[in-house]
Design a protein around this ligand. Structure first.
Ligand SMILES: [Cu+2]
Length: 159
C-alpha cells in the first residue's frame, strides 16, 4: 500500500509537467484539463478521510473503500458531533460533492440513511475527476441545520 519514493516522484513530476503545460493537456486519460493536484499523505487506516467543523456541528467522514480511485463508487460514513466535539445524534445528514472550479457536481445521486449506532451512511458517491472537490455535508439536529464545506483532493490514483 505504501509504494515508496518512485511513485511519489512520478506524481510530483506529473503535477509539475501538468502545471506547466496548462489546462489543455490532460495528465491522464479521462480527466479533463485542469489544475495541479496536490500530493496528499497516504490515508491512515481507521482515521477519518476528511473532517469539517462549522459553528454548531462538526463531521468526520470515513470512506469505504478507504482510498477510492477516480470514478470508483464509495460509501461515506458520517459521524456528527457538536462543534465542541460532544456526541450528538443527527436527525438527518446528507453528503454531496462538487468541483467549484469546474462548476459541476457528481454524476451520481447518493442515498443517505441512519446507521444503527447513530451515524449516517451515504451510498453511491463517485468522484469522476481527480483534483479539488468540496464535500457539502448538511447536518440537521432538531430545528437546527448547518452545511459544512470540506475540501478534498482526489488523487489521480490511490497513492
Ligand atoms: Cu471537474
Amino acid at each position: 500500500m505504501n509504494r515508496p519514493h518512485a511513485s511519489a516522484v512520478l506524481v510530483v513530476t506529473a503535477a509539475l509537467l501538468f502545471g506547466l503545460s496548462g489546462c489543455n493537456r490532460p495528465a491522464n486519460p479521462g480527466a479533463e484539463g485542469h489544475g495541479v493536484t496536490p500530493v496528499k499523505a497516504p490515508h491512515v487506516p481507521g482515521q477519518a478521510n476528511v473532517v469539517g467543523k462549522g459553528t454548531r456541528f462538526a463531521a468526520a467522514l470515513f470512506f469505504t473503500p478507504a482510498e477510492p480511485k477516480v470514478s470508483q463508487l464509495f460509501t461515506v460514513r458520517t459521524v456528527v458531533t457538536t462543534a465542541d466535539g460532544a456526541a450528538v445524534k443527527a436527525d438527518a445528514v446528507t453528503v454531496d460533492a462538487t468541483m467549484p472550479a469546474h462548476g459541476h457536481g457528481m454524476m451520481t445521486k447518493p442515498q443517505h440513511k441512519p446507521t444503527a449506532d447513530g451515524a449516517w451512511q451515504t451510498d453511491g458517491m463517485k468522484l469522476h475527476m481527480h483534483g479539488r472537490w468540496v464535500f457539502e455535508v448538511m447536518v440537521r439536529v432538531g430545528a437546527e441545520t448547518e452545511t459544512l464545506k470540506i475540501p478534498f483532493d482526489q488523487p489521480p490514483e490511490a497513492l
